[in-house]
Each structure stands twice: as structure tokens, then as C-alpha cells.
Design a protein around this ligand. Structure first.
Ligand SMILES: Cc1cc2nc3c(=O)[nH]c(=O)nc-3n(C[C@H](O)[C@H](O)[C@H](O)COP(=O)(O)O)c2cc1C
Length: 190
């Protein structure tokens, strides 16, 4: 079975990116994948420095996050746009999971994986500018990023107070993106 890890680049409790990635995850599940949704803030990763790594070794949460990525086939990522780029929380998690421990292969969390990327913002552009650096980062790490991507403008208006999506077209587009990721992985595996 295809295994997917889904996460948002926001640690905000009421994050709209968390809501967006959850809908895409439903689409991936409907297509037959096993999807694990995680919150990056739960791993409590300190800001990565090489001194910290040299003194204390690999962070336990960073290692757990990395192992989850290593065991998966692909990722669903929804990123907030912070000053036209991704959040420090997201990049820090990516950096920790890029660190090799023992006989792990270099960049084992990323190489040969496939990702689908999304962005959501209250603004009119839907965070679309973050999708460029996000795609570049993931590709440079060895993860193929699907050509299809989705930005969600005025994202706060697309979910009700219970966090349920209210826009049918968006619901379909996000679920289709999740499905497309699973279909692509199935093709690559066959
Ligand atoms: C430091 C910072 C920078 C931001 N820069 C942008 C930006 O460049 N473009 C944008 O559309 N929204 C920007 N925002 C607003 C975010 O899109 C908004 O806070 C959004 O809700 C974050 O996503 P989340 O709900 O998943 O946490 C910024 C917010 C912060 C805190």
C-alpha cells in the first residue's frame, strides 16, 4: 500500500494550511493510500545548528520525523507563505530530517519520494509565491514534485467554524491532488 505523510508548514492551532492538507489527505485515502497526518510543532525540534548537533547529537523529534518520511512513499505538503517563502518551522523540520545518522543513506527521507504541494493564505494570491521556493527545495533534496499544485486564496472563507470545507470546487481540487499523488506513486511502483 502507498504510504503518505501529510503535514502543514504552520504550527498555528487554527492553521488554514492544516485544514487544506487534511482535505487533500482524504483524497489520497479515497485513492487507497495509508495517510499519516502530523503536526510539525509536536516534534519540538529546536532551531538546527551544527554546534547543537555536534554537542547533543540528532534531536529525538527530528529523528522520529525523519524516520516517518523515510518509511513513506510521498508527501502532501501545505505551506503558509511567510514573506514570500516558507516558514522557519517548516525549513527547520526539513533541515533536521536531512541529517544522516549511522548507516542511513544520504537524504534518505527525500530521495525517490514524490510530493504534492499546496499553499493557503487569507490574501488574494493564496500564497502562490511560496510554491516556487517550496518546489525548488524539495526537488533539490531529491523529491519529485507533481506539476499540479494548488494555492488557496481567501482561505479563511473556505472553511466553517468547525474546520469543514465549504467550497465544493476547492474540496474537489484538493481531493484530486491527493488522488493524483497516489495514482502517480502507483504508476511508479508498478
Ligand atoms: C511572518 C509572516 C509573514 C507573512 N507573509 C505573508 C505573505 O508573504 N503572503 C501572504 O499571503 N500571507 C502572509 N502572511 C499571512 C499568512 O498567510 C497567514 O498568517 C496565514 O493564516 C498563515 O497560514 P496558517 O493559517 O496555516 O497558519 C504572513 C504571516 C506571517 C506571520
Amino acid at each position: 500500500m502507498i504510504k503518505i505523510v501529510a503535514f502543514a508548514g504552520s504550527g498555528r492551532r487554527d492553521s488554514v494550511n492544516k485544514k487544506v492538507v487534511k482535505v487533500a489527505a482524504e483524497g489520497a485515502r479515497e485513492a487507497g493510500a495509508e495517510v499519516t497526518i502530523v503536526n510539525l510543532e509536536d516534534y519540538d525540534m529546536p532551531i538546527f545548528t551544527e554546534d547543537l548537533e555536534a554537542e547533543k547529537g540528532m534531536h529525538e523529534g527530528g529523528q522520529r520525523f525523519k524516520e516517518l518520511l523515510m518509511e513513506s512513499d510521498g508527501f502532501l505538503i501545505a505551506s503558509p507563505e511567510y514573506n514570500s517563502a516558507y516558514s522557519a518551522l517548516f525549513k527547520n523540520a526539513i533541515d533536521w530530517a536531512s541529517r544522516k545518522v549511522g548507516d542511513e543513506k544520504p537524504l534518505a527521507a527525500y530521495k525517490g519520494k514524490v510530493a504534492a504541494i499546496m499553499a493557503a493564505s487569507p490574501g488574494a494570491l493564496g500564497g502562490m509565491r511560496v510554491l516556487v521556493p517550496l518546489r525548488m527545495l524539495m526537488e533539490n533534496l531529491g523529491t519529485m514534485v507533481l506539476p499540479t499544485q494548488k494555492s488557496v486564496p481567501k482561505a479563511f472563507e473556505k472553511f466553517d467554524e468547525n474546520g469543514n470545507i465549504t467550497d465544493e470546487k476547492l474540496d474537489a481540487a484538493l481531493k484530486n491532488l491527493g488522488r493524483e499523488l497516489v495514482d502517480t506513486l502507483n504508476k511508479l511502483k508498478s
